[in-house]
Design a protein around this ligand. Sequence first.
Ligand code: GLN
Length: 543
Amino acid sequence: MAKDKKNEKKMPKYIFVTGGVLSGVGKGITAASIGAILKAKGYKVSIQKCDPYLNVDAGLLNPVEHGECFVTHDGRETDLDLGHYERFLDFETSKYSSVLSGALYQELINKERNGGFHGKTVQMVPHFTDLVQEKIAKASEGSDIHIVEIGGTVGDYEGLSFIEAIRLFANRVGRENCLYVHVVYVPWINTSKELKTKPAQNALKDLRGFGIIPDVVVCRTERPAPRAICEKIAAFSGIDKDAVLNLPDIESVYDVPFNVLKSGVLEILNKFVGDDKEPDMSKWKEFSRLRGKKWAKTVRVALVAKYVGNDDAYICVTEALKAAAAWEKVNIEIDWLNAEEMSDYEKADMDMLDTYDGIVVPGGFGDRGVEGKIRAAKYALEYNKPYLGLCLGMQVACIAAARMGGIENANSEEFGANEKDGNNVIYIMEGQVGKESTGGTMRLGDYPAKLKKGSKAAQAYGEEEVVERHRHRYEVNQKFLPEIEGQGGLGLVVSGTSPDGKLVEFVESPRCKFFVATQAHPEFKSRPLNVHPLFREFVKSLK
Ligand code: GLN
């Protein structure tokens, strides 16, 4: 790796990934795949996303529009790209891995208000661009290679200062320590049956206009493009033809690293890092083989949730289930059941649940569809149907158990339940009152839990002290534990708490084959090559 001349410290090398023509053509997956390949070559790789939104974090973004809100171990609410990064690189992103304009402006303005600029004019260049560079340097600490993805497309009005910042970054660390990768879309025009290179040429012209000549151009196409297409783009854009690569669509995102390898990028990466060691992709290959296979057994999972219609709203959950199924050698079908349509505990709904091998109730907020989720949990408890409850999924399970245990109107304070009725089995956590609609104030990120010896949770984890990520405001009111536990073993027992015992972290049914629910979000820590034990055990119980 590069050396810092002054103190001979190891310095990371940087890969900047930008996009042209349109967004949403797989820039993030390309960046993560490059990272996975470098990791497979033995490097310590980190990755970061810079997004020009004016939001401070992703916590208040609507998951129907933006997909899942991901949470880093240190409690930053980010967009789902960081989840892809963690899955591809099997590493933990941090609050430094997500850089949003809003947070940068907030930091600059706070500094200005506190007199931190000593009377100077505060400007986009150099103050904003310097801050972007500082964040990049910070996020890269301790890595051999640091990848930075810039959200949106080059030329977007709000993203210009990020492009300027990454251009300037080469002055800071040396151009030879930076690799610029530009991902462009090359459309297929059906009427004339040809691929059109003009938008890509224009996108490259835009990037050059900002002073960056890319080292790699990735042409995204729906089908494999003839080599002549890449060569044409190279010729018109003044880029070496071997640096213009084609990445056609592929069925599974987890096969993108293989596609990237096939594209010829390895030679460029080898030159950049200065070694030609073959990446060890054996675990990826094994995963790809297992995933691509048609197994004799198919398991069916009902995902009972509010956010139907956007598959990305629970992407970590579905990815964890699919990966667990591949390693457990079963096919998996995951159906979304709209919790709002299941509110009446109609027999038909329950008959439908019966057709599934297991139920997952994922996280969620607000009262929409909540009765349906409670009923799904009750059904699982009554009929010994494997159940995995994630955050809200644990809260509704406790409400269901308490209703079965005699508190007929058991509910959560979040759903407008009336405390006077003494029915708030789930209530707001200390210190959360009044913060219900403010960003970044939930109990966020890693917290430890102590598991009960011999519990299903402890057995699944293979240990009794675990750390999971969290994102919640409400908790189980332990005053109702007798009702939640119920009579005759029909209810739920607490199988994990915070180390001080104050907070319920895990509940389970000792009677059911698999009924484990947690206040945490284990899905954030599941990786395709290293599936989370709760997901693995849940899927195993469906076989
Ligand atoms: N709405 C619940 C709470 O805030 C659950 C949160 C979640 O599922 N992430 O406690």
